[in-house]
Design a protein around this ligand. Structure first.
Ligand SMILES: Nc1ncnc2c1ncn2[C@@H]1O[C@H](COP(=O)(O)OP(=O)(O)O)[C@@H](O)[C@H]1O
Ligand SMILES: [Mg+2]
Length: 387
């Protein structure tokens, strides 16, 4: 099916493929589709992340163009133009309205974007989902790109889906010998007595939806009387909710990057020190004083090597690709407890993942180049395997 308003299939709009141009010896730039926005609660942070990526990507090698996904799930085409308004306020930043609609698809030449009102489809070589949460970090958009046979940055559909669901992540990690916070799982319609919960998990405990991010829907429960309100809040966001023992200790985060040759690089770990009860949504985005974020955690050599080893192992166990930020607790007893795996971590130039990479010798623009090259290499190797 061809979406309305679009007329052509084959005519590539960039000069490098025009028959009227003399053949150029220069390597054509790699066309990178940057996807941002989306339907998740992390829409705004995705716009911020994408602005940073678009500003820093190496334009000698790559030709970026942006597609913004609205909160309603509509794809809008921005090309290489500004795509966001009110960019200085993280609570107000939004996609510029009135951009043409677009649809991804596949022509005989490869993946393309059909843009309303344009008479030629726009081909692209690689996609970079700078999205968080539902339909961005959960494997859905990754599966879509698989269907179109186009490489994409970061985790594949299966590892994205497994890491999005905190219950499944635990099952996989526990079976590989990792320590995670002990949890009870409730599906919508199920219930547990307060006594049973308190006996198994103690107090305080954490209640969290299985598949959100940015601490959305998460509560720290201190007394049995607060349990039902916390469950109600978590069930607003998901049909599955975890009740978790509280791990008292430090929060240490590890950035893992799969290099273009597919070897793993793990940056020196960072640390988050929440100033309040825990690292809440407000502490992450609204309250500048909500937490201290340390690009380099103060760990001794042995601790640092151990958590890096665990992060690399978890990356492989979960089948991650490209990148992940793997978050641990270092418990008061000195145990490493793996909390969660973020397959598309915050990606503004001041976010912890890029900062940890920079601190360990990979500046932001080089990080983007590595990720895109990694996506291209993996795709090439997978194509060979398919033959
Ligand atoms: N079991 C736990 N013990 C102690 N703190 C926790 C626990 N689970 C979550 N937290 C706190 O809540 C924050 C958000 O929880 P997390 O599981 O990382 O969800 P999200 O995916 O929304 O970031 C953590 O950074 C931490 O401060
Ligand atoms: Mg977290």
């Amino acid at each position: 099916m061809k979406p309305g308003g679009f007329a052509g299939w084959g005519n590539r709009p960039d000069a490098s493929s025009s028959t009227h141009q003399p053949p150029s010896m220069e390597k054509p730039r790699i066309r990178v589709l940057l996807l941002c926005g989306g339907q998740s609660t992390e829409h705004e942070i995705s716009l911020e992340s994408c602005r940073s990526v678009a500003a820093a990507v190496d334009r000698e090698r790559f030709q970026p163009f942006v597609v913004g996904i609205t909160r309603e799930g509509v794809w809008q085409y921005y090309g290489d133009e500004d795509f966001a308004d009110e960019v200085d306020d993280p609570t107000k930043i939004h996609l510029r309205p009135d951009a043409p609609l677009c649809y991804p698809g596949r022509s005989a030449q490869g993946a393309v974007l059909y843009v309303e009102g344009m008479d030629a489809a726009i081909p692209f070589d690689v996609a970079f989902p700078v999205l968080h949460g539902i339909h961005g970090e959960d494997g859905t958009v990754q599966g879509l790109f698989d269907m179109f046979g186009v490489p994409y940055v970061g985790c594949d559909y299966a590892s994205s889906a497994n890491c999005m669901d905190k219950d499944i992540t635990k099952i996989l990690l526990n079976s590989a010998g990792f320590r995670t916070a002990y949890a009870l799982v409730l599906r919508r319609g199920e219930s547990l007595t307060e006594d049973y919960v308190e006996e198994r998990l103690g107090m305080p405990l954490f209640v969290k939806p299985a598949r959100t991010g940015s601490s959305v829907g998460i509560s720290k429960v201190k007394t049995a009387a607060d349990l039902s309100a916390a469950l109600k809040e978590a069930f607003r966001y998901d049909d599955k909710v975890l009740l978790e023992e509280c791990i008292a200790g430090r929060e240490i985060e590890c950035g893992v990057l799969e290099m273009p040759d597919q070897t793993l690089f793990v940056a020196h770990p960072g640390e988050v020190v929440p100033h309040d009860e825990f690292y809440s949504y407000a502490a992450k985005y609204l309250n500048e004083d909500g937490a201290t974020v340390k690009v380099e955690a103060d760990l001794d050599e042995e601790e640092s090597e151990e958590v890096k080893r665990l992060a690399a192992k978890a990356f492989h166990v979960l089948g991650c690709k490209g990148m992940a930020r793997i978050d641990f607790f270092l418990s008061a007893q000195g145990d490493w407890v793996l909390n969660e795996v973020n397959t598309i971590p915050g990606f503004t130039s001041i976010s912890l993942y890029p900062q940890m990479m920079k601190n360990s010798g990979i500046p932001y623009a080089e990080l983007i180049t590595n990720l895109i090259e990694n996506a291209l290499t993996r795709h090439q190797n997978a194509s060979v395997l398919l033959k």
